[in-house]
Design a protein around this ligand. Sequence first.
Ligand code: ADP
Ligand code: MN
Ligand code: MN
Ligand code: MN
Ligand code: MN
Length: 359
Amino acid sequence: MADSVVTSNTATLEKYMKLDQKGCVIAEYVWIDSAGGLRSKSKTLTKKVTDVSELPEWNFDGSSTAQAPGDNSDVYLRPVAYYPDPIRLGDNILVMCETWMSDGKPNAYNFRHDAAVVMEAHKDEEYWFGLEQEYTLLGFDGWPYGWPKNGFPAPQGPYYCGVGTGKVMCRDIVEAHYKACLYAGIQISGTNAEVMPAQWEYQVGPCLGINLGDQLWMSRFLLHRISEEFGVKVTFSPKPIPGDWNGAGLHTNVSTKTMREEGGIKAIEAAMEKLSTRQAEHMEVYGSDNHLRMTGKHETASYEKFTWGVANRGASVRINRAVAEEGKGYFEDRRPASNADPYQVTGIVVETISGKVEG
Ligand code: ADP
Ligand code: MN
Ligand code: MN
Ligand code: MN
Ligand code: MN
């Protein structure tokens, strides 16, 4: 690619990656910043970790990430989940963290905390979530990877699930990310090239409750981290290119134990009733710039009005035809934007369907 900037030399790095760590473990602490981006820093531990409770609390300078004021800048990192590190290998781990303030309150951008509370309160309903993460790969110049400089590729049509040069871009990154997620134990369930060239999707799930958010955030971390090695940028913008180009979403597939059981369609229909009363509240947390994507075109629904239907890709919620025929299963909320926080999305779904928790 012209104008690409090589920011790492993985071939040379390789020989150092093989060096013995003398029994130490590197833990990469990962958290979400004020812009919905990811930050991370590394910590040496003196032994292998076998339970999340063994991971020490840590902290960072919140004034450098717009997460805290300069005069009270410590933000605490509380480990909530860890995964084998597909980059450093061995006993090294990636650690997903919640962010907390010194007064004992969650950081303003810690959306996991409330989601975990509502999910814990309704844990007997056994919520499963499967999210379809769409994203776009950009060159160092910020233009979609492989697109003509100052120009556009031929119109959409050949790119979705495409095979062949000129139809898909950066399959190497997609493959690397897929394998890395599997290695980390993230329940990545598939991947496909999307409608706009340089746009891709992968799915994570079905995962039980809060695990979905933890795994999806870590999968996003890995996507950014791996793309770094290829000198490629990842954007989760829901409408990276204006005009007749598909936007990017985070379709959210949802089921409860009752929905999955015989006759579960009744529970799905009852959920539709409840969702229809809270369109504005859901859109509030379904990602930024989502109004640019939800135009009613390009397989999206109206931003203002809730609709649902069987096999309808122009509705807010789609019920899969097979689910309608079997009378049980799950539903697909197509509204969330690709940049939405999965903790907020899954949290409000549980809140709307099963009820708010005070406290
Ligand atoms: P689409 O046809 O919308 O492109 P995908 O195959 O990309 O659908 O994604 C559907 C996702 O639905 C799967 O990846 C899976 O994680 C999720 N899923 C399947 N069954 C359930 C279920 N019972 N509850 C929640 N999510 C589910
Ligand atoms: Mn320092
Ligand atoms: Mn899909
Ligand atoms: Mn898709
Ligand atoms: Mn979908």
